[in-house]
Design a protein around this ligand. Structure first.
Ligand code: ADP
Ligand code: MG
Length: 690
C-alpha cells in the first residue's frame, strides 16, 4: 500500500525528462503527480494496426503507411513561415509530409530512411499531402504490440508525443510497483462477480490497448471503479447520517394533521399522496429523514411541506423552512400562514429586511418555543438564531444553497428530520450521483385542470407580432414577462442587457404600459418592491434577467417572452416557462431566436412539443452533457474522470447496486473515503460533508 501511494503521489518531475519548464506545461493540464498523469485518459484512439500503401490512402481519413524518404527541403512561404517538406515513396506512389515553423524536423530525417507515417490524408492537385504527421522509424516499429495509439487532450505547447512518452514511462514504473504490491482498489468478490479486468491490466490497456476488445474492457473496469467508489462513499454517508445519533421519532398523525388536510381546498394528487406517505413514514421512524422531493413547478410541493411541518408541530417540535430569495420566502410564508394559522399554528417570517428590534423579538420567540414554524432566507442560519426544539427543516430549491448552509440550519436542532424540495427535475442517473445519499420522492403529476402552456419558437423577423400579441394580452388585463438574453454568467453584464431592453421596450411596444425592471444587481429591497408591484398588477410587463427563474408566483401573468432563447438550456427554459400558466388563463411562452444551428433548433423545437420537465431534463442532459446541466459549478456534481453518466447509465446502475449490496469492511470504507477525498479535492466537502 505504501509503495503505490508514494508512487502515485510522486511529482511528475520524478520522471526522466521532466524539468521545471516541462512540468509547468503538464501543470496546465492539471497534472502534477504521476497518479494524475495516469488518470489523464485518452480522448480517442487511432488504429495504426493496419498499414496501407500510398496508392490506397483515402482523402480526409486518418491513416498509417510505410514509406522511404526521398527528399527533404525547406522553403519560406510568402507570409514568412518556414515550411519543411519531406517527400516519401513506396512501390505505389509518392506523398508529401509538411510542417510549418518546425525547423528541427529538417535534420531529423534523411533520404533513405524508412518511416511509419500516420496522419490525416489530404489530396492536393499533384500528390497526397500529410500535414504534421506522427512519425516512427520503421526499424523501431513493432507491429505486434500496441498499435492502437492513444490521443490525449493536450495544449498547444505540449505535443502528443511528449505526453505519450511520459505516460509510457510512468506505466513501466507502475508495472514495476504492481509486481511488488497489490494495486487493486476493488474487493476481489466484486471483480469476480462483475467480470472486471484487474486494475493493473485496466490502467495499462486504457493507455496502450493491445486490441479493441481489451480496450472496451479496460474502460468498463475503470468506469465501474469510479462509480463504485463514488456510490460506496454515498452509501457510507447515508449510513453515517442515519445511524449513529438517534433522530426524532414523530408521532403518528393526530387531529391537527387531519384538520389541516381536511381544510385543503382541493384533493391531493396521487403523486402528492405518495410523497406525503413516504415523508410521514420517515418522520415517524427514529432515524433521521434525509428526503428530496423533486417536482416540477406547480406540482404542489408547498402544501406537502405544510403538512410535514404541521406534523412536527403536532409532535411538539418546531419547523423551519428556508428559501433562497426573499420573494420566495414571503410567498411561502403567506401560503403557510393562510393554511395553518386557522388551525392555531403560529407562523413567522425571518428575512434580512426586518428591523433589528423586530428580528430580536422573533428570535426570542423561537427560543421560547412560542413560534411553531418559521419561514426565512439565509437569515435563518445566522449564529444567534436558536430554536427551542427544532424537529423538521425544509429547504426549498436546494441547489441554490451550499450544502454547508443547509447543514448549518440542521445543526440548530438535535438531528432534525430534513426535507429538501427542488423544482429542477433532474434526470434519474444524475440524481443518483448528485443526491445518491438522499431518499427521493418524485411528484410527476400536475394538479388536474392545468392547461399546457402553448409554446412557440419564433425568429426575430416576427418579433413585432410577438410583442403586439403581448400588448393585446395586457389590454385584456393580463401580465407579461420578458426575459433578456443570457449574455454571460456575470450578473453585471446581464443587468446591463436588461436595462437596455427595458429602455427599448418602454419606448416602443410598451410605450403606454407600466414596465418594471428586475435584475441581480438591484438591492434586494428594490427587487422586492418591483416584484410586489408586479404581483398586485400595478406593473404590467416585467423585463428581467433569470432572477425570476425561481418560484415566483403571479397567476395573472400569461405571457413569457424569452429573448435570445438559444442561449438557455432546456431545463432553464422550462423553469422560466413555469412562471406563467399558474392561474385560470390560457398561457403562452414565446422563444425568440435567430440561431439556425441544428442542435439549437432541435432544442427549441423540443420545448414547443414537450411540457413535462422530467422528459426535458433527460433531453437536456443528452444534448448538452452533465457539465452544462446546472449551468454553474456550484451544484456538487462530481467531476468524473472517465465515467459519463449519460453514456454509462448501465454501469452506473450496476455499480450502485453493487455498492449497496456489498458489505464492505470498515477498513475498506476508510480507504474509499480517502480515495474520494484525493479525487475530488475541494469539491469533496460539497459532495460528502452534508
Ligand atoms: P410548487 O411549489 O411545486 O411549484 P405549489 O405548491 O406552489 O407548487 O402549487 C402550485 C399551485 O397549485 C398552488 O396554488 C397550490 O395551491 C395548487 N395546488 C397544489 N396541489 C394541488 C392539487 N392537488 N389540486 C389543485 N391545486 C393544487
Ligand atoms: Mg415552489
Amino acid at each position: 500500500m505504501i509503495l503505490i501511494q508514494n508512487f502515485l503521489s510522486a511529482k511528475i518531475q520524478f520522471l526522466k525528462g521532466v524539468g521545471p519548464a516541462n512540468a509547468a506545461k503538464f501543470n496546465k493540464l492539471g497534472i502534477y503527480t504521476i497518479g494524475q498523469l495516469l488518470q489523464h485518459y485518452p480522448r480517442r484512439y487511432e488504429d495504426r494496426s493496419t498499414l496501407k500503401l500510398i496508392g490506397e490512402l483515402t482523402d480526409g481519413l486518418y491513416e498509417s503507411f510505410r514509406a522511404v524518404v526521398i527528399n527533404v527541403s525547406d522553403l519560406k512561404s510568402h507570409r514568412g513561415l518556414k515550411i519543411i517538406k519531406i517527400t516519401v515513396r513506396d512501390q505505389s506512389g509518392i506523398a508529401q509530409l509538411t510542417w510549418f515553423n518546425q525547423a528541427y524536423i529538417k535534420n531529423k530525417y534523411k533520404p533513405g530512411m524508412e518511416l511509419i507515417i500516420s496522419g490525416r490524408i489530404q489530396r492536393r492537385l499533384t500528390m497526397l499531402e500529410v500535414n504534421k504527421p506522427d512519425i516512427e522509424l520503421a526499424a523501431e516499429f513493432n507491429a505486434s504490440s500496441g498499435r492502437i495509439i492513444p490521443v490525449y487532450p493536450t495544449t498547444e505547447d505540449l505535443p502528443q508525443w511528449r505526453l505519450r512518452a511520459l505516460i509510457v514511462q510512468a506505466l513501466k514504473l507502475f508495472q514495476n510497483v504492481a509486481t511488488q504490491e497489490a494495486v487493486e482498489s476493488l474487493p476481489a468478490d466484486i471483480i469476480a462477480a462483475h467480470k472486471l479486468l484487474n486494475r493493473q491490466q485496466a490502467v495499462i490497456n486504457i493507455h496502450l490497448p493491445a486490441n479493441m476488445e481489451i480496450l472496451v474492457n479496460a474502460r468498463r473496469r475503470l468506469v465501474f471503479e469510479e462509480l463504485f467508489l463514488l456510490q460506496c462513499g454515498l452509501a457510507y454517508l447515508k449510513q453515517k447520517t442515519k445511524s449513529g445519533l438517534k433522530g426524532i421519532k414523530h408521532a403518528p398523525d393526530g387531529v391537527l394533521v387531519s384538520k389541516v388536510e381536511k381544510s385543503l381546498p382541493f384533493t391531493l394528487t396521487n403523486d402528492q399522496l405518495k410523497a406525503l406517505h413516504e415523508i410521514k413514514a420517515d418522520m415517524e421512524d427514529t432515524t433521521t429523514m434525509q428526503r428530496l422531493v423533486q417536482g416540477d413547478v406547480g406540482s404542489g410541493k408547498t402544501v406537502i411541506a405544510a403538512i410535514a411541518l404541521t406534523k412536527t408541530v403536532e409532535s411538539g417540535y418546531q419547523g423551519a423552512m428556508m428559501a433562497p430569495t426573499e420573494i420566495l420566502a414571503e410567498q411561502h410564508y403567506h401560503t403557510l400562514a393562510q393554511l395553518l394559522t386557522p388551525q392555531g399554528i403560529t407562523v413567522a417570517i425571518l428575512t434580512g429586511k426586518l428591523t433589528r428590534r423586530a428580528r430580536d423579538k422573533i428570535i426570542q420567540h423561537f427560543k421560547e418555543g412560542v413560534i411553531d414554524i418559521v419561514v426565512g432566507t439565509h437569515a435563518l442560519i445566522q449564529d444567534d438564531v436558536e430554536f427551542a426544539q427544532l424537529g423538521l427543516v425544509v429547504t426549498d430549491e436546494q441547489h441554490r444553497f451550499g450544502v454547508r448552509q443547509r447543514a448549518r440550519l440542521e445543526a440548530k436542532g438535535n438531528q432534525p428530520d430534513v426535507l429538501i424540495m427542488t423544482a429542477t427535475p433532474i434526470p434519474r442517473t444524475m440524481a443518483l450521483t448528485v443526491y445518491g445519499d438522499l431518499d427521493v420522492s418524485v411528484i410527476r403529476e400536475l394538479p388536474p385542470g392545468r392547461q399546457p402552456i402553448a409554446t412557440y419558437s419564433r425568429s426575430n423577423s416576427r418579433r413585432n407580432k410577438v410583442y403586439l400579441f403581448a400588448v393585446e394580452q395586457i389590454k385584456a388585463g393580463r401580465q407579461v414577462y420578458v426575459v433578456c438574453p443570457l449574455v454571460d454568467e456575470s450578473d453585471k453584464v446581464a443587468a446591463q442587457s436588461a436595462v437596455k431592453m427595458h429602455e427599448e421596450l418602454s419606448a416602443t411596444f410598451f410605450k403606454n404600459i407600466s414596465c418594471g425592471l428586475l435584475h441581480g444587481k438591484m438591492k434586494s429591497q428594490e427587487k422586492d418592491a418591483v416584484m410586489a408591484s408586479f404581483s398586485c398588477g400595478e406593473i404590467k410587463a416585467l423585463i428581467a434577467t433569470t432572477v425570476i427563474e425561481v418560484g415566483v408566483n403571479v397567476p395573472n401573468a400569461t405571457v413569457m417572452i424569452i429573448e435570445g432563447a438559444d442561449r438557455f438550456g432546456l431545463a432553464q427554459l422550462h423553469q422560466l416557462r413555469g412562471r406563467v400558466g399558474r392561474g385560470e388563463y390560457k398561457s403562452y411562452c414565446i422563444l425568440l431566436s435567430d440561431n439556425t444551428n441544428e442542435e439549437t433548433v432541435e432544442r427549441l423545437t423540443i420545448m414547443t412539443q414537450v411540457n413535462d420537465g422530467f422528459v426535458l431534463a433527460e433531453k437536456d442532459l443528452l444534448l448538452r452533457g452533465p457539465g452544462q446541466f446546472f449551468g454553474t459549478n456550484q451544484h456538487g456534481l462530481p467531476d468524473l474522470k472517465i465515467a459519463d453518466i449519460v453514456r454509462d447509465t448501465d454501469i452506473l446502475l450496476e455499480a450502485r447496486r453493487a455498492a449497496q449490496q456489498t458489505i464492505c469492511s470498515a477498513a475498506y470504507l476508510d480507504k474509499v473515503w480517502k480515495t474520494l477525498q484525493d479525487w475530488f479535492g475541494e469539491k469533496f466537502n460539497m459532495i460528502f460533508c452534508r
